[in-house]
Design a protein around this ligand. Structure first.
Ligand SMILES: Nc1ncnc2c1ncn2[C@@H]1O[C@H](COP(=O)(O)OP(=O)(O)O)[C@@H](O)[C@H]1O
Ligand SMILES: [Mg+2]
Length: 256
């Protein structure tokens, strides 16, 4: 189980010359096995929010808890995927996926099973023995995703993971992520500035205000679990996309 509770969290970055309020009394509850996509203007505090949930940084005020236990630092129950992939270049694809389970002391037979399962889920079964440098950017990203999943976290935190990929590759990543998430449901927080990506992947889309970030609006995504890329042509999908684009423009105008 993994429900994330963000309770009146503020984060202030203070240096000798500057004080930046990145989050201002932000509250949000993310349900067990829900996928929440967070969109908001650049610099509004999305990464800060993710880093707080990951436990890389601590709130200035308020608290974040996982199933009622306060987050006090990073732990194996939360895996993070960034835009830059974090695959180890000296390990094969299988070696990368095996890394987390190996560190956790998972028995060899179960580990092998898990590697095979994730290779299959992300469509890299034929590349088990390949090294990252032999792979395309999209394939490396799939290794990254499988690596994060295979370590068995309760929560997956993704910070614009597909931001550097071309549109076609990005679409295949959406399909891969949905496939893995269906096979092994987790609580997912996905930060993106791509509204279509948020609508395609999310159960809810959270629109943040400009810095200091708070929740501007919450959109319930009405599409079921079986989504294919054609969903984007659906009038309901487009209507929601336009709504969210308007909200984002609105929040921008407020600060202009
Ligand atoms: N470690 C830090 N020290 C000082 N300021 C920071 C730090 N991290 C983020 N900030 C500031 O906090 C604000 C929010 O940043 P961030 O969370 O990265 O935004 P986003 O991910 O939405 O683009 C920005 O103004 C950024 O410059
Ligand atoms: Mg960011």
């Amino acid at each position: 189980m993994a429900q994330i509770t963000i309770d009146s969290v503020s984060k202030v970055f203070a240096t000798a010359r500057k004080r930046t309020v990145a989050l201002n009394e932000t509250s949000l509850t993310i349900d067990h096995c829900e996928t929440v996509c967070v969109v908001g203007p650049s610099g509004c505090g999305k990464t800060t929010m993710l880093n707080l949930i990951a436990g890389f940084i601590r709130p200035t005020a308020g608290s974040i808890s996982l199933d009622g236990r306060e987050v006090e630092g990073p732990a194996a129950d939360r895996a993070v995927v960034f835009q830059a992939d974090a695959v180890f270049p000296w390990l094969t694809v299988a070696g990368n996926i095996a890394f987390g389970p190996r560190m956790q002391g998972m028995p060899r037979a179960r580990r092998a099973e898990r590697i095979e399962r994730f290779l299959d889920l992300v469509g890299l079964s034929d590349f088990a023995k390949a090294y990252p440098k032999e792979l395309s950017g999209g394939m490396r990203k799939r290794v990254d995703l499988a690596r994060a999943y295979a370590s068995g976290p309760d929560v997956l935190l993704l910070d614009e993971p597909f931001g550097a990929l071309d549109l076609f590759t990005k679409e295949t990543m959406w399909t891969s992520l949905r496939r893995v998430a269906d096979a092994e449901p987790k609580t997912i927080v996905f930060v993106t500035h791509d509204i279509e990506e948020a609508l395609f992947l999310g159960d809810r889309v959270i629109v943040m205000t400009p810095r200091p970030a708070r929740v501007h609006s919450v959109v319930d995504v009405p599409f079921g679990p079986d989504r294919n890329l054609d969903l984007r042509a659906d009038p309901d999908f487009q209507a929601l996309r336009i709504d969210i684009a308007h909200s984002l423009r609105e929040v921008h105008d407020d600060t202009a």
